[in-house]
Write a protein that binds this ligand. Sequence first.
Ligand SMILES: C[S@@+](CC[C@H](N)C(=O)[O-])C[C@H]1O[C@@H](n2cnc3c(N)ncnc32)[C@H](O)[C@@H]1O
Length: 353
Amino acid sequence: MVAPPSSVAAPAERTAEQQSALVWSYIKGFHATHLMGTGIDAGLFAAIDQRGAASAAEIAVALGLHAPYVTTWCRTACAYELLDAEGPETFRLAPFMREILVTASDPRHIGAYVTVMQRYGGPDLADHARLYRDGGVFTFQQHGRDFSDLIAATTGGLQTFVARRILPAVPGVRASLEAGCRLLDVGCGAGGLMMRIVQAWPNVRCHGVDVDAHGIAAARTHIAGTGLADRITVAHIGGETAQEENAFDVATMFEVLHEIPLEHRNGAMAQTFRALKPGGLFFILDETYPSTHADLRRPEYTFSVQTAYNELTWGNVVPTREVQEDLLQGAGFRDIDRTMVAGMFTVLTARKP
Ligand SMILES: C[S@@+](CC[C@H](N)C(=O)[O-])C[C@H]1O[C@@H](n2cnc3c(N)ncnc32)[C@H](O)[C@@H]1O
């Protein structure tokens, strides 16, 4: 492996106490993640939110929970600035916590992500030492149906933003969406992005492909349930499998590129290229891994470094910008452009000449 062309070290003046405090802050983050997961699972945040302010004892009775545990949960959540205290043992949500952890439809909601981390991230990471011995993997698809459903829930807010704001802002795309184009969603999962696109743009038709049987089954259920079967179709195949040629005006990959096994990435790019009409747009939203060690510590890479780590033993590899651009150019795409969304995701656009 070629070493990234940079070195990075802690500031020389950092004390042992500061370094120790850093480690303790990570241990606190572990507890805070589990505390939030418990608060979501046990309905604690929602119960406090409903009442505006409530005592731990009142919440325990309402939810049928063990009062001393709920008291310690509330006090700890207060210590972590997730709840505010109002008099003796009475608590309310800290500002914006309703949007962030309670209201699933809010674009800022990340409750499902917390649940994924607690329910699946914890066990996955606990298994790392064993898998490090032989490079074994436990893939996305092996995690099962509930996991696929939860992943679909983590991406909903951003999908709405992409369907209504980001995709139509790409030059020329709004007119195409309005007129009624065909869109291919590679790695469609449960079909959330396609649903949001057809709901926002009544003349668009979509076709989605994914290797995850659970995701495709969920997509079929949602499509049938919303009466959109004449506008959205799905197939349980990989993006590296041949699609209709020169058939689509737009192709999307939403949080997928880093999940495609390395051996299929060139194939998925080539097939997406083939499926697009000349002039067609390829829209990718994904993480970008830092190209240098110095970039590892830059805030805009925090999420991609974290994703690369917690998805490591799923077999996922988050590509650097150089790798992303080589993949696109290698398949024949031109006019490659990139921008950042929400301070952590990369949007890449490219055209089939
Ligand atoms: C994080 S999920 C995103 C799913 C969906 N786009 C969403 O936003 O809900 C990544 C998806 O990529 C799919 N995937 C991985 N490898 C693939 C491949 N070779 N072809 C198509 N989909 C693939 C996974 O099965 C999974 O559904």
